[in-house]
Design a protein around this ligand. Structure first.
Ligand code: FAD
Length: 516
């Protein structure tokens, strides 16, 4: 009789059955598999003091999206003779308890570069090694293994997209997705005394339900991700001609980009599968767009930030981060709160922040505008503060990509043209002269004539009265004058850059001395 053997498949991201090498390995030769997801209080503990519903680290939109993804995963597992085992607690403790209780020979989970998971994983791996449990932790969240790219670059991450592309090869040597999705899985073994719960609802987790308010239109889960992908790639012309940053950031009824980011974030969609589908579309076109602007180019941006983030100590901080310019940002909590709570008095900026709160997703250029406004454009608030707000509210919140883009937008790293500032009044107008986006997300301004929709403080009082929106009473006056604030920001950045150059020079002198 063949020996009975079991595996534990630990889902964290990678909430999918397609292109899931950890799951494939867990099932291979196993008589039973325990598919586990742990509800982690680090991300999921309700915080009644938070500025909007959710936990201190995740807004309700993202928590809901995750729970929907788990329900979908559970259904898919059930169709294949298995089911999802949901547990609650500090994940490494829960996992180790399960490993002690269940007779498993293999522990499988997707490799994760986020520092939080690196710490958890090393604890779990340590226990598994002592208990002689085999650990299989493949790279399948990204197109490349960041370690391979860094090794190819002599041990340092590439600091420009172009150099990343050169290392990735032409065509890039991205690993292929698995060719098949399992149609059947081994059953779940005896769970013993481990406390298993069903996928909870937001209410069961103790979150205040805000069903009545406008919430994100995007539903979580692998099924939804694959539908969304299919819809996007069916429009082959659109895929072949996709060119970022062209595209309307104010388009909200039909966003100008794929909105696959939350699905990639939770791994409901495999980036390798997405990449392969795009290559299949390109085969039918003699001419199509290329990186950095094409859709494939967007996926490569994702891998670029993963690579730099994983190879840069203190990537999420200014201090101690060797690739970040040291800039004397201010810590003005009032300016930060006005920005976060959509009270800057600039309708374009405030409407974007309302969309962020309501939907947990905003267009890439909208992210550019509000990040620039908060940091180097107008308010000169530290990028780490804005990063935290995005990290909590975005449904696609991603440690590497979010930090990378905040470093970029604040001209702290990667991009240094601090003279190029987004206008909080004319940028939105270019795309949406009628102001439909602003009117939707800031209904208080809905009757302001289009001439004033981006600068309502300039409307005569009679017009404000007619529109039932008095500036300074119903909607704020601009928090700063963009003209003078942006000049001041440029001056401070010029000063900081000069100082950084001097300091870097000193560091180089020190390096030379050490070499001598
Ligand atoms: P598409 O244009 O359809 O692109 C397809 C995929 O490519 C995206 O889903 C995403 O995975 C990847 N991608 C696209 N643009 C970028 C980029 N600039 N950098 C890295 N990957 C990219 N994206 C996140 O996924 N999570 C974040 O936390 C995040 N924070 C950001 C913060 C700031 C300040 C800025 C300026 C951008 C941030 N982005 C983040 C990048 C980008 O805005 C989003 O990935 C994109 O808008 C998601 O929409 P989409 O799926 O329709 O993108």
């Amino acid at each position: 009789m063949a020996a009975v053997s079991g595996s534990l498949m630990w889902f964290r991201k990678g909430l999918r059955l397609h292109d899931n090498p950890a799951l494939e390995y867990a099932a291979k030769g196993s008589n039973y598999v325990y598919p586990v997801f742990v509800i982690d209080p680090h991300y999921m503990e309700p915080d009644p003091t938070a500025s909007s519903p959710g936990s201190s680290r995740a807004g309700l939109n993202r928590i809901r999206f995750l729970l929907e993804s788990l329900v979908d995963l559970d259904l898919s597992l059930k169709k294949r003779g298995s089911r999802l085992l949901v547990l609650k607690g500090e994940p490494s403790e829960v996992l180790i308890r399960c490993l002690k209780e269940w007779d498993v020979k293999k522990l499988c989970f997707e490799y994760d570069t986020d520092p939080y998971y690196q710490v958890l994983d090393s604890k779990v791996k340590h226990y598994a090694a002592a208990a002689e449990i085999e650990v299989f932790s493949p790279v399948s969240h990204t197109l490349f293994n960041p370690v391979d790219i860094i090794q190819k670059n002599g041990g340092r991450p590439p600091l420009s997209y172009q150099s990343f592309l050169e290392l990735a090869g032409i065509p890039p040597w991205a690993s292929s997705p698995l060719p098949t999705t399992p149609s059947l899985l081994p059953p779940v073994g005896n769970v013993g005394s481990c406390e298993i719960i069903g996928v909870p609802t937001v209410k069961e987790l103790g979150f205040r339900d805000i069903e009545q308010e406008e919430m994100t239109p995007f539903r979580g889960g692998e099924s939804e991700a694959l539908n969304r992908l299919r819809e996007a790639i069916n429009d082959k012309e659109w895929v072949a001609n996709f060119e970022k940053p062209k595209g309307d950031p104010s388009a909200f009824l039909k966003p100008a980009t794929t909105v696959l980011s939350p699905y990639l974030k939770f791994g409901c969609l495999s980036s390798r599968y997405f990449y392969e589908c795009l290559q299949d579309v390109y085969k039918n076109f003699r001419k199509h767009t290329h990186p950095p602007v094409s859709l494939v180019g967007q996926l490569l941006w994702r891998d670029f930030f993963y690579t730099v983030a994983s190879g840069t100590p203190n990537f999420d901080h200014m201090k101690g981060n060797r690739i970040a310019k040291q800039i004397p940002w201010n810590d003005d909590d009032q300016l930060l709160a006005a920005w976060r709570e959509a009270r800057t008095g600039y309708p374009w900026i405030d409407a974007i922040m309302v969309q962020l709160h309501k939907w947990g997703w905003i267009h890439h250029l909208a992210r550019h505008c509000v990040a620039c406004f908060l940091t180097r454009g107008d308010l000169f608030v530290h990028w780490e503060k804005g990063r935290d707000v995005f990290e909590r509210l975005l449904i696609d919140s991603d440690w590497a990509i979010n930090n990378g883009n905040w470093l970029w937008l604040s001209c702290s790293s990667f991009f240094y043209q601090y003279h190029r500032i987004y206008s909080p009044t004319s940028f939105g107008k270019k795309y949406d002269p009628e102001g439909n986006y602003v009117r939707h997300f800031l209904p208080i301004l809905k009757d302001i004539p289009k001439e004033y929709i981006y600068e309502p403080w300039k409307a005569p009082l009679s017009i404000q009265t007619k529109a039932k929106c008095i500036i300074g009473r119903d909607y704020p006056q601009p928090i700063v004058s963009h003209d003078s604030a942006s000049k001041e920001c440029k001056r401070k950045l010029a000063e900081a850059y000069a100082l950084n150059q001097k300091l870097n020079g000193q560091v180089r002198d020190e390096d030379l001395k050490n070499l001598r």
